[in-house]
Design a protein around this ligand. Structure first.
Ligand SMILES: NC(=O)C1=CN([C@@H]2O[C@H](COP(=O)(O)OP(=O)(O)OC[C@H]3O[C@@H](n4cnc5c(N)ncnc54)[C@H](O)[C@@H]3O)[C@@H](O)[C@H]2O)C=CC1
Ligand SMILES: O=C(O)C(=O)[C@H](O)COP(=O)(O)O
Length: 370
């Protein structure tokens, strides 16, 4: 069996080698010539799996180490006998960690609390549910908008987009990128969308860049409709809009799903798909685990105030990569391929908590000791 894999996928090297001929190629190095004799591909979101790439190949399985699959021409695959598999939910907790850490950074800068603010979540799937869980623990009120789910499951826990926009202090999008179907998400956040928001709201896009319309978002900011913008996903990335970069509060290069935990899960899920499809077994699969953090111990007494918030930001601080991106926006892709993948709270032990803090820390996912 021949596998061609993107060489920037973490925790993959050495695992498939005992039973497969596996070739690693640079990100974006997938060409028809390179993939023509492969049985399976392991790709990322930057590796476009188009009909042109696949037409002269014998590829039977494409696995992507991502949740999103808008980089795969699924219609072509399905009509040409090519099975494709994404990694549902693999990095959902990582995106939630990103969203909450970013919100905490902004709230701390403004001298405000997230407690009591209303968070409108658009798209309540794997990621949206994780965001809801964490945001609720920080005392936020949640509004959910998800028309496909409302249609399938009943309207009860959901609100219309209009209601969400009118009532939310903070709006966060967690939809797949789609141009077709009943609920397309291309430019979901457009001029009409921003005309309905609460003046001064905060807007987050950590799903796919083209879910917002850059021009409309800039105008909404200029008019004061949107006060704080958190952007992980950008239209036309890696060539991001410089005017938008200047006004965004937190700017990151599409790394929301990049926790080491999420990356390891994604790699494992891809290999499990290959096992199932080709009826093989990778004995070293159990070695696909994220490394321990450099400093796994968090002492709450090290913080003068906002102890839980600061403990959370110790696991991941979006301002670190924000500063790097602003310094040189042309490094967008480089920063993604040379990223220091953070661990999620479950990898940390927290000490010196009060009983009330202990319960919250445990619900967030930390190990509490002492
Ligand atoms: N920035 C990053 O690193 C990451 C970005 N993502 C992006 O986030 C997206 C969502 O991920 P998951 O939650 O795991 O996907 P999911 O498929 O589990 O959930 C998506 C939800 O959006 C809903 N939805 C679809 N169209 C909608 C619309 N027009 N309005 C409102 N809701 C709509 C669906 O019904 C579904 O419940 C992915 O497709 C991916 O593009 C995911 C992981 C990491
Ligand atoms: O899972 C997704 O969907 C994402 O957007 C990923 O976090 C992007 O990861 P890469 O494709 O850049 O590895």
């Amino acid at each position: 069996m021949k596998i061609i894999a993107d060489d920037t996928i973490p925790f993959l090297k050495g695992i498939a080698e005992p039973i497969a001929d596996i070739v690693y190629i640079p990100a974006k190095g997938f060409t028809p010539e390179v993939v023509k004799d492969a049985d399976a591909l392991i790709v990322r979101s930057i590796d476009k799996c188009t009909s042109e790439l696949l037409a002269s190949s014998c590829v039977r399985l494409i696995t992507t180490a991502t949740i999103g699959f808008d980089h795969i021409d699924i219609h072509y695959c399905e009509s040409h006998g090519i099975t494709w598999k994404n990694a549902p939910g693999c990095n959902a907790p990582s995106v939630a960690q990103y969203v909450l850490a970013s919100l905490l950074r902004i709230a701390l800068r403004r001298g405000e609390s997230l407690q009591g603010k209303t968070l409108g979540i658009i798209g309540v799937g794997h990621v949206g549910k994780e965001v809801e869980k964490l945001a609720s623990l920080f005392g936020m009120t949640i509004l959910r908008n998800d028309p496909p789910r409302a249609e399938a499951e009943g309207p009860e826990p959901f609100v219309s987009l209009e209601e969400l926009l009118a009532c939310a202090d903070i709006i966060t999008c967690h939809v797949p990128f789609t141009r077709e179907g009943k609920y397309p998400t291309w430019h979901l956040a457009d001029e009409k969308f921003f005309s309905q928001v609460r003046r001064g709201c905060w807007f987050i896009n950590s799903c796919r860049g083209a879910v917002h319309d850059t021009k409309a978002l800039l105008e909404a900011h200029q008019k004061g409709l949107v006060e704080e913008i958190i952007l992980d996903c950008w239209e036309n990335e890696p060539q991001i809009n410089q005017e938008l970069l200047k006004v965004v509060s937190i700017a990151t290069p599409h790394i929301a799903g990049f926790s080491a935990d999420g990356k390891a899960t994604a790699t494992r899920m891809c290999l499990e798909e290959i096992q199932r499809f080709f009826h093989v077994r990778f004995d070293r699969l159990k070695e696909v685990v994220p490394p321990a953090p450099a400093n796994p111990l968090i002492n709450l007494d090290a913080f003068e105030d906002h102890r839980i918030e600061n403990a959370f930001l110790q696991t991941f601080d979006p301002l670190v990569v924000d500063r790097k991106l602003r310094k040189d926006p042309s490094t967008f892709e480089w920063l993604r391929n040379h990223y220091d993948h953070p661990r999620e709270p479950l990898a940390y032990q927290v000490k010196q908590s009060t009983p009330a803090e202990k319960s919250l820390l445990q619900q967030i996912g930390f190990q509490v000791i002492g």
